[in-house]
Ligand binder design. Structure first.
Ligand SMILES: Nc1ncnc2c1ncn2[C@@H]1O[C@H](COP(=O)(O)OP(=O)(O)OP(=O)(O)O)[C@@H](O)[C@H]1O
Length: 317
């Protein structure tokens, strides 16, 4: 299986400017992340709020520029592309957001929203505008009669279907799904997940699926990357693997749900996430880790693999 996406040592540092009473500070929102996404696979990226999931997504689509690292998409060096080349390439790599309508003018009808990618890219489409709109709406399980509706006239689930139709309009091969169901009711969440599964099969799509919800990621994805404060701390080659990183174990223990429509109780992790600006020396998880030993406070563990299962921990389980 060839790789659609290859990410190597990708980092993003945000700096906060200093002032008369404050030093300038740097924060590694994404820190030395490497992975391959083979064509047709679904990799889930999971972690608590602020761990860098959305920043990783935006870096991959080059919506923001990395501080260092390399990105290859279908064999091409993405970072060597000019902005005009990137604009064309973006047709092939699309993003679905948690709130699809945050990026769409509220005065747009459903029809205009799903056709906007053609207008922005100046692309021709096969068939009449009406037939393309009908086809896109059908693809996401929406009645063509809703084409003339405005966002306030349709439900949250329908809005997300419009967001997915928009993302599919130019027939991408990669979809980056950033918490696509997080703002939806549980039953609607399950419908959107099954739509995404069906689209993956029908269109041969490759997904990077970002979520804070490990049970959903385990249900939906082929592989899982667990992020903690900008770093990948564990990469599981399949969803049945037991956790080897104590952080992943805690996330797994605090959730249960064999399917997305059987909801779960989430027990919050104990202890504070350290400030991303003042990372302690050693492992960033040390203050919350029941297995920490002296080395964990002094040496940052590197991600190392055993049988395709990688973990960054001095005392893996
Ligand atoms: N443009 C920016 N400027 C400065 N800091 C930023 C910027 N974007 C993100 N950050 C910081 O980078 C860190 C990672 O944020 P990011 O949004 O990627 O996390 P996340 O895991 O997606 O969280 P959430 O699920 O809450 O969106 C956070 O500490 C955030 O405050």
């Amino acid at each position: 299986m060839s790789n659609l996406l290859e990410v190597r040592n990708l980092s993003k540092v945000f700096t906060s400017p200093g002032g008369p009473f404050r030093k300038a500070r740097a924060m590694h929102a994404v820190n030395d992340v490497s992975f391959d996404l083979p064509k047709g696979r679904v990799i889930g990226v999971v972690g608590e709020s602020g761990c860098g999931k959305s920043t990783l997504a935006r870096l991959i689509l080059r919506l923001i520029e990395p501080s260092s690292g390399t990105l290859r998409f279908d064999g091409d060096d993405l970072l060597a592309k000019t902005s005009a080349e990137m604009r064309k390439l973006r047709a092939d790599m699309q993003m679905v957001f948690q709130d699809p309508y945050s990026a769409i003018d509220p005065r747009y009808t459903v029809a205009r929203a799903v056709m906007e990618p053609f207008d922005v890219q100046g692309r021709e489409h096969a068939g009449t505008r009406e037939s393309v709109i009908a086809e896109l709406l059908e693809m996401v399980g929406m009645n063509a009669g809703l084409a003339g509706s405005f966002p306030h006239q349709i439900s949250g689930g329908q809005k997300q279907r419009v967001g997915i139709a928009r993302a599919l309009a130019l027939r991408p091969s990669l979809l980056v799904l950033d918490e696509p169901t997080a703002s939806l009711d549980v039953s609607v969440q399950a419908q959107i997940i099954s739509l995404l599964e069906q689209l993956r099969d029908d269109l041969g799509l490759t997904y990077l699926f970002i979520s804070h919800d490990l049970s959903l990621v385990r249900y939906f994805c082929d592989e899982i990357m667990v992020m903690y404060l900008g770093r990948v701390v564990e990469a599981l080659p399949d969803t049945e693997q037991p956790a080897r990183h104590p952080y992943t174990k805690t996330l797994m223990d605090s959730t249960f749900a064999p399917t997305p429509n059987q909801r779960r109780v989430i027990t919050p992790l104990e202890g504070e996430v350290p400030s991303p600006f003042d990372l302690p020396p050693g492992c960033a998880f040390v203050d919350r880790c029941p297995h920490a030993t002296a080395i964990c406070t002094s040496e940052t563990p590197v991600l190392s693999a055993r049988g395709g299962h990688a973990v960054a921990c001095h005392n893996p389980l």
